[in-house]
Design a protein around this ligand. Sequence first.
Ligand SMILES: CC(C)(COP(=O)(O)OP(=O)(O)OC[C@H]1O[C@@H](n2cnc3c(N)ncnc32)[C@H](O)[C@@H]1OP(=O)(O)O)[C@@H](O)C(=O)NCCC(=O)NCCS
Length: 142
Amino acid sequence: MVFAKIAETEKELRDAFFVREEVFVKEQGVPLPLEKDEYDKEATHFVAYNGEEPIAAGRVRIVDGNIAKVDRVCVLPDFRRKQIGVLMMTHLEKYAKSHQLAKVKLNAQTHAIPFYEKQNYIITSPEFLDSGIPYRAMEKEF
Ligand SMILES: CC(C)(COP(=O)(O)OP(=O)(O)OC[C@H]1O[C@@H](n2cnc3c(N)ncnc32)[C@H](O)[C@@H]1OP(=O)(O)O)[C@@H](O)C(=O)NCCC(=O)NCCS
C-alpha cells in the first residue's frame, strides 16, 4: 500500500532525506551540502511509503506571509509514472490550503514542467540555472 504523510518522527525525517539523497545527490549529482540546506530546519517535510519502504519526499515552507514554497519533490526511479508525484503534491497543497495560504510557488526542473502543468501550475520565469540544473519558476493560485 502506498501512502504519504508529514514526516513527524526522526525515522520519518531520515526516510525523507534518504529519498532526496538517492534522487538529487546520487541520481542528479547535486552536492550533498547544497541538497540539504538551511531551509530544512523550518520546512514541513513529507514522505511517502510503499509499505515500509520510503519512496518519495517533498517539503513545504511558508514564505512572504501567505505563500507556500514547495521544494525537493522526488520519487524513486522504480516508482515513477505511477501517480506518486501527484500524491505528494496533493499532500503538500492540502497543507498549504489548511494554513490559508493563497498560492503555491516552486522552481521546476525543466524536464518536470509537464508534470506540474498537468496539475495546473503556470510558468512565471525564464529558465535559470541552479547547481548546473535548468529551472523555471512556476506557481498555482487556489
Ligand atoms: C518529477 C517527478 C517528481 C514526477 O513524479 P512521478 O511520480 O513520476 O509523476 P506522476 O506519475 O505523479 O505523474 C503525473 C503526470 O505527470 C506526467 N509526468 C510525470 N513526469 C513527467 C515528465 N518528466 N515529463 C512529462 N510528463 C511527466 C505523468 O505522465 C502523469 O501524467 P498523467 O496524469 O496524464 O498520466 C519524478 O519524475 C522525479 O522524482 N524526478 C526526479 C526528481 C525531480 O526532478 N523532481 C522535480 C524537481 S522540480
